[in-house]
Each structure stands twice: as C-alpha cells, then as structure tokens.
Design a protein around this ligand. Structure first.
Ligand SMILES: C[S@@+](CC[C@H](N)C(=O)[O-])C[C@H]1O[C@@H](n2cnc3c(N)ncnc32)[C@H](O)[C@@H]1O
Length: 232
C-alpha cells in the first residue's frame, strides 16, 4: 500500500487555523466509517456547520445521520452542506446540558462522536453526555471524543510550551498557547473548560465503556469508549 500523504486543512474547514486538525479529523472519520456502514445510525454531538459530518459521509455515504447543535444557524448551514450526500439526515436544535429535552432518536447508534464541543460543557455535563451516549450505543459501537485537554500539573508546563513551539515550527501555525502556567489557567472560562486527560478514562469506564486514547497531539486528544459486542 502506498504511504498516505499527511492531510492538510482545506480552506472550507471552519476551524482550519488549527494545525493538527486535518490529521486528527482524518483519523476520526476513518474510525467512524470503520464502525458504521450502510443503514447504520450515527450521531454527531455539536455538529456545527457539518464539516466533520461531511468527512464521514465521504467515507460512509449510506449511513443515517443525526446531528445536535445549540445554534439554529449552524444547523441551517449543515443542512445545506450535507444535502444530497446522506441517506437520511436529522438535525436537532438542542442543548447537551439538557439531555432530558433532546428530541433525538433513541438509537441504537453504531457510532457517536463529538469534535471540539466538550470544552464548552462543564465537567458534570461532559460526564452526563458520556453516560447518555453509552446508553444509546449499539453493541460493538464506539463513542469518539476529540477535544482539547487541560494541563493541570504546573511542572509539565515548560514541556507543553516546547511542544506548542514545535507544532508552530512544523505546521507553520500555532495552537492555543500561554506565557506561563497561571496565564494558561486564567484563560479557562465559560467557553474554554477542557477536561483533564485522566477524567475521560474515568467517565468512559463509569459509563460501562472500554476507554482508550487513540491519538494525542499537543493538547488535543481523541478518546474512544467501546461498548462490548453482543454476547461479549
Ligand atoms: C467549535 S464548534 C465545532 C463544530 C464541529 N464539531 C466541528 O468540529 O467543525 C463547537 C460546536 O458545539 C456547539 N455547542 C457548544 N455547546 C453546546 C451545547 N451545550 N449543546 C449543543 N451544542 C453545543 C456549538 O454551537 C458549535 O457548533
């Protein structure tokens, strides 16, 4: 098999400034397509304008897709972007912090994924969304979470800075950075509250899923929680 070229962020990606995003989305899209084929149901938590969903539909055009987002205007853009590319599309305006009010099909879903949305939620809501998702996964289904993680050990901060600098040198654009650990912490707020790496393992395991980290670059991690196969 010929070697794969490193994916590059295409201009239409709404978050294209993120230097390692293309590669991480390429991995996530491949993993979803590996789990879900024609007729399987897939759920996107925080679908935004549908960019990530489009990458998945390129690989798995026969799936049924449900997407949730807070913003009606993003859902309208997703509807336009995904029109004609998906067997069935269900876009739901809703808040992941109010799971009881979400009007989404019960599933089961072969894959549930979320990209750069969890850092918008408080930690209790992240854990609740993981539990809620686990209850809706089909046997053998996967929950995939791609998001920033929070550095919480000050001693590691200089290494993190070195990593950010390397990413800037190699990719030509920078990830979120900070001059010192206190400034890094001070930048955490309402719309920027990534969880700690360790928390994801605990939350996934508590929800009955087998947890793993499949990719980590800089401060962006791709976590997986696998539901056991039927009879497994
Ligand atoms: C940074 S964007 C990422 C969009 C898309 N996943 C992507 O990677 O291109 C985060 C998305 O999550 C949505 N979002 C944030 N908090 C949410 C919540 N509590 N419930 C539902 N959607 C939420 C936002 O409206 C936004 O569309």
């Amino acid at each position: 098999m010929p070697p794969l070229a490193m994916p590059r962020n295409p201009p239409e990606d709404p978050i294209k400034s993120h230097p390692t995003r293309a590669e991480q989305l390429d991995i996530l899209a491949d993993l979803v397509a590996d789990r879900a084929g024609a007729g399987d149901h897939v759920l996107d938590l925080g679908i935004g304008t549908g960019y990530v969903a489009g990458l998945i539909l390129d690989r798995a055009p026969g799936i049924d897709l449900t997407g949730i987002d807070l913003k009606a205007e993003s859902l309208d853009a997703a509807r336009t972007a995904l029109a004609g590319r998906v067997k069935s599309l269900d876009l739901v305006e809703g808040n992941l912090e109010n799971l009881g009010d979400l009007a989404v099909p019960e599933g089961p879903y072969r894959a549930i994924y979320t990209v750069l949305t969890f850092h918008d939620l408080p930690d209790e809501a992240k854990a609740a969304v993981i539990r809620w998702s686990a209850e809706r996964l089909a046997p053998g289904g996967a929950l995939l979470i791609l998001d920033r993680i929070r550095l919480h050990r000050p001693a590691l901060f200089p290494l993190q800075v070195a990593l950010w600098n390397r990413i800037e040198r190699v990719y030509g654009s920078a990830m979120r950075s900070a001059p010192d650990f206190d400034s890094y912490l001070a930048d955490m707020g309402e719309r920027n509250r990534p969880a700690r790496f360790e928390d994801y393992f605990e939350w996934l395991e508590d929800a009955g899923l087998a947890p793993g980290c499949l990719h980590l670059h800089g401060n962006i991690a791709l976590f997986a929680g696998m539901r056991a196969p039927a009879g497994g």
